[in-house]
Design a protein around this ligand. Sequence first.
Ligand SMILES: [Zn+2]
Ligand SMILES: [Zn+2]
Length: 236
Amino acid sequence: MHSVHQIVRRSFQSLAELVWPSRCAACEALGEEPFCRACAGALLECPPGCPVCGQPQDEALLPALIPRRCARCSEEPPLVHTARAPYVYWGPLADAIAAFKYRGHEHLARPLSSLLVATQAPRVDALVPIPLHSARLRSRGFDQALLLARHASDRLRVPMLEALERVRATRPQVGLSRNDRRANVRGAFTVREKVEGRAVCLIDDVYTTGATAEAAALSLLNAGARRVELRTLARA
Ligand SMILES: [Zn+2]
Ligand SMILES: [Zn+2]
Protein backbone atom coordinates (compact mmCIF):
# COMPACT_ATOMS: atom_id res chain seq x y z
CA MET A 1 0.00 0.00 0.00
CA HIS A 2 1.40 3.35 -1.01
CA SER A 3 0.04 6.58 0.33
CA VAL A 4 -0.71 9.45 -2.02
CA HIS A 5 2.15 11.23 -0.31
CA GLN A 6 4.56 8.43 -1.29
CA ILE A 7 3.29 8.33 -4.87
CA VAL A 8 3.69 12.07 -5.27
CA ARG A 9 7.16 11.90 -3.78
CA ARG A 10 8.20 9.07 -6.09
CA SER A 11 7.00 11.05 -9.13
CA PHE A 12 9.15 13.93 -8.03
CA GLN A 13 12.02 11.50 -7.61
CA SER A 14 11.66 10.31 -11.19
CA LEU A 15 11.56 13.90 -12.34
CA ALA A 16 14.69 14.60 -10.34
CA GLU A 17 16.39 11.66 -12.02
CA LEU A 18 15.75 13.28 -15.41
CA VAL A 19 17.19 16.57 -14.23
CA TRP A 20 20.08 14.91 -12.41
CA PRO A 21 21.03 11.81 -14.39
CA SER A 22 23.03 9.14 -12.56
CA ARG A 23 26.43 10.46 -11.69
CA CYS A 24 29.18 9.34 -9.39
CA ALA A 25 28.56 11.00 -6.02
CA ALA A 26 32.26 11.82 -5.65
CA CYS A 27 33.75 12.73 -9.07
CA GLU A 28 30.44 13.31 -10.92
CA ALA A 29 31.34 10.94 -13.77
CA LEU A 30 28.16 10.18 -15.69
CA GLY A 31 26.39 6.86 -15.66
CA GLU A 32 27.11 5.13 -12.40
CA GLU A 33 25.93 5.58 -8.86
CA PRO A 34 26.48 5.89 -6.05
CA PHE A 35 30.10 5.71 -7.27
CA CYS A 36 31.91 5.16 -10.56
CA ARG A 37 34.17 2.14 -10.75
CA ALA A 38 37.34 4.10 -9.95
CA CYS A 39 35.82 5.80 -6.90
CA ALA A 40 34.11 2.61 -5.71
CA GLY A 41 37.50 0.90 -5.87
CA ALA A 42 38.98 3.59 -3.66
CA LEU A 43 36.41 3.20 -0.86
CA LEU A 44 37.74 1.77 2.38
CA GLU A 45 35.48 -0.83 3.92
CA CYS A 46 35.24 -0.74 7.71
CA PRO A 47 37.39 -3.60 8.96
CA PRO A 48 35.79 -6.11 11.35
CA GLY A 49 35.44 -4.60 14.77
CA CYS A 50 33.69 -4.41 18.11
CA PRO A 51 30.29 -6.14 17.84
CA VAL A 52 28.70 -3.25 19.74
CA CYS A 53 30.15 0.03 18.48
CA GLY A 54 31.99 -1.25 15.39
CA GLN A 55 35.35 0.20 16.48
CA PRO A 56 37.82 -1.47 14.09
CA GLN A 57 40.10 -3.97 15.77
CA ASP A 58 43.52 -5.20 14.93
CA GLU A 59 42.78 -8.32 12.91
CA ALA A 60 45.77 -10.12 14.39
CA LEU A 61 44.14 -9.79 17.80
CA LEU A 62 40.71 -10.94 16.63
CA PRO A 63 40.16 -14.48 17.81
CA ALA A 64 38.57 -16.47 14.99
CA LEU A 65 34.77 -16.13 14.90
CA ILE A 66 34.53 -14.50 18.31
CA PRO A 67 34.64 -10.76 17.87
CA ARG A 68 35.41 -9.11 21.17
CA ARG A 69 34.01 -5.93 22.58
CA CYS A 70 36.45 -3.03 22.44
CA ALA A 71 37.92 -1.74 25.69
CA ARG A 72 35.50 1.20 25.80
CA CYS A 73 32.39 -1.00 25.40
CA SER A 74 33.62 -3.61 27.90
CA GLU A 75 34.28 -0.91 30.44
CA GLU A 76 30.88 0.71 30.00
CA PRO A 77 28.35 -0.72 27.51
CA PRO A 78 26.91 2.06 25.35
CA LEU A 79 23.17 2.73 25.17
CA VAL A 80 23.26 2.19 21.41
CA HIS A 81 22.86 -1.57 21.03
CA THR A 82 24.81 -1.81 17.76
CA ALA A 83 26.43 0.84 15.55
CA ARG A 84 27.25 -0.08 11.96
CA ALA A 85 28.80 1.76 9.02
CA PRO A 86 29.91 0.17 5.76
CA TYR A 87 32.88 2.44 5.02
CA VAL A 88 35.57 4.57 6.58
CA TYR A 89 35.06 8.33 6.22
CA TRP A 90 37.79 8.86 3.68
CA GLY A 91 38.51 9.64 0.01
CA PRO A 92 35.61 9.56 -2.45
CA LEU A 93 33.03 8.92 0.27
CA ALA A 94 34.22 11.89 2.33
CA ASP A 95 34.07 14.00 -0.87
CA ALA A 96 30.52 12.83 -1.58
CA ILE A 97 29.35 13.49 1.99
CA ALA A 98 30.90 16.97 1.89
CA ALA A 99 29.12 17.73 -1.40
CA PHE A 100 25.86 16.46 0.09
CA LYS A 101 26.09 18.33 3.39
CA TYR A 102 27.99 21.50 2.68
CA ARG A 103 27.53 22.20 -1.02
CA GLY A 104 23.78 21.64 -1.11
CA HIS A 105 23.80 18.50 -3.30
CA GLU A 106 20.52 17.27 -1.81
CA HIS A 107 19.94 14.84 -4.67
CA LEU A 108 22.86 12.71 -3.35
CA ALA A 109 20.61 11.52 -0.50
CA ARG A 110 19.07 8.85 -2.71
CA PRO A 111 22.26 7.23 -4.08
CA LEU A 112 24.09 7.58 -0.75
CA SER A 113 21.20 5.97 1.13
CA SER A 114 22.06 2.72 -0.67
CA LEU A 115 25.14 2.53 1.57
CA LEU A 116 22.94 2.48 4.68
CA VAL A 117 21.34 -0.74 3.54
CA ALA A 118 24.65 -2.29 2.44
CA THR A 119 25.42 -3.60 5.91
CA GLN A 120 23.12 -6.09 7.62
CA ALA A 121 19.61 -4.60 7.60
CA PRO A 122 18.49 -3.41 11.03
CA ARG A 123 15.63 -5.50 12.46
CA VAL A 124 13.65 -2.64 13.90
CA ASP A 125 10.17 -1.14 13.90
CA ALA A 126 11.23 2.29 12.69
CA LEU A 127 14.11 4.39 11.36
CA VAL A 128 14.68 7.58 13.35
CA PRO A 129 16.86 10.33 11.83
CA ILE A 130 19.13 12.24 14.22
CA PRO A 131 17.86 15.76 13.56
CA LEU A 132 19.77 19.00 13.15
CA HIS A 133 19.00 21.92 15.41
CA SER A 134 16.56 24.33 13.75
CA ALA A 135 19.18 27.09 13.55
CA ARG A 136 21.52 24.86 11.56
CA LEU A 137 18.62 23.57 9.50
CA ARG A 138 17.82 27.15 8.49
CA SER A 139 21.37 27.83 7.37
CA ARG A 140 21.76 24.52 5.51
CA GLY A 141 18.24 24.39 4.10
CA PHE A 142 17.77 20.65 4.56
CA ASP A 143 18.38 17.98 7.14
CA GLN A 144 20.76 15.38 5.72
CA ALA A 145 19.88 12.60 8.19
CA LEU A 146 16.17 13.07 7.50
CA LEU A 147 16.70 12.73 3.74
CA LEU A 148 18.90 9.66 4.18
CA ALA A 149 16.37 8.05 6.54
CA ARG A 150 13.52 8.73 4.13
CA HIS A 151 15.29 6.99 1.25
CA ALA A 152 16.53 4.14 3.48
CA SER A 153 12.94 3.71 4.67
CA ASP A 154 11.81 3.23 1.06
CA ARG A 155 14.62 0.77 0.37
CA LEU A 156 14.18 -1.29 3.55
CA ARG A 157 10.37 -0.93 3.77
CA VAL A 158 10.72 0.07 7.38
CA PRO A 159 8.73 3.16 8.38
CA MET A 160 10.54 6.37 9.23
CA LEU A 161 9.57 8.07 12.46
CA GLU A 162 10.63 11.66 13.10
CA ALA A 163 10.67 10.89 16.79
CA LEU A 164 13.42 13.24 17.91
CA GLU A 165 13.58 16.97 18.14
CA ARG A 166 16.85 18.79 18.75
CA VAL A 167 15.96 21.27 21.47
CA ARG A 168 19.43 22.53 22.17
CA ALA A 169 22.21 23.53 19.80
CA THR A 170 25.52 21.80 20.53
CA ARG A 171 29.12 22.70 19.78
CA PRO A 172 31.06 20.55 17.34
CA GLN A 173 32.38 17.50 19.22
CA VAL A 174 35.84 17.58 17.67
CA GLY A 175 38.63 18.01 20.21
CA LEU A 176 36.42 17.55 23.29
CA SER A 177 37.20 14.94 25.93
CA ARG A 178 34.79 12.05 26.42
CA ASN A 179 33.15 13.72 29.43
CA ASP A 180 32.94 17.08 27.67
CA ARG A 181 31.34 15.42 24.65
CA ARG A 182 28.68 13.91 26.87
CA ALA A 183 28.03 17.19 28.64
CA ASN A 184 27.86 18.96 25.27
CA VAL A 185 24.99 16.80 24.00
CA ARG A 186 23.18 16.11 27.29
CA GLY A 187 19.52 17.13 27.01
CA ALA A 188 19.95 17.96 23.32
CA PHE A 189 16.94 15.88 22.26
CA THR A 190 13.31 15.43 23.20
CA VAL A 191 11.03 12.68 21.95
CA ARG A 192 7.88 13.81 20.19
CA GLU A 193 6.44 10.52 18.91
CA LYS A 194 5.33 7.38 20.70
CA VAL A 195 8.28 4.97 20.79
CA GLU A 196 7.23 2.85 23.75
CA GLY A 197 8.07 -0.82 23.23
CA ARG A 198 9.60 -0.18 19.81
CA ALA A 199 13.01 -1.12 18.50
CA VAL A 200 14.37 1.77 16.46
CA CYS A 201 17.41 2.49 14.34
CA LEU A 202 18.98 5.94 14.41
CA ILE A 203 20.17 7.26 11.05
CA ASP A 204 22.99 9.75 10.61
CA ASP A 205 25.63 10.52 8.01
CA VAL A 206 28.89 9.96 9.90
CA TYR A 207 29.77 8.22 13.15
CA THR A 208 32.45 10.23 14.89
CA THR A 209 32.53 9.89 18.65
CA GLY A 210 29.13 8.31 19.15
CA ALA A 211 28.27 10.87 21.84
CA THR A 212 25.40 12.43 19.86
CA ALA A 213 23.88 9.01 19.18
CA GLU A 214 24.22 8.17 22.89
CA ALA A 215 22.30 11.32 23.84
CA ALA A 216 19.60 10.48 21.28
CA ALA A 217 19.45 6.88 22.54
CA LEU A 218 19.10 8.04 26.14
CA SER A 219 16.06 10.17 25.24
CA LEU A 220 14.47 7.32 23.26
CA LEU A 221 15.11 4.70 25.95
CA ASN A 222 13.75 7.04 28.62
CA ALA A 223 10.63 7.38 26.46
CA GLY A 224 10.26 3.58 26.54
CA ALA A 225 12.00 2.45 23.34
CA ARG A 226 12.95 -1.22 23.59
CA ARG A 227 16.24 -1.07 21.66
CA VAL A 228 18.20 1.59 19.78
CA GLU A 229 20.61 0.83 16.94
CA LEU A 230 22.59 3.17 14.72
CA ARG A 231 23.43 3.15 11.02
CA THR A 232 25.64 5.71 9.33
CA LEU A 233 27.19 6.05 5.87
CA ALA A 234 30.69 6.17 7.26
CA ARG A 235 32.84 5.99 10.33
CA ALA A 236 35.38 8.70 11.04
ZN1 LIG B 1 33.80 8.73 -9.35
ZN1 LIG C 1 32.97 -1.02 21.14
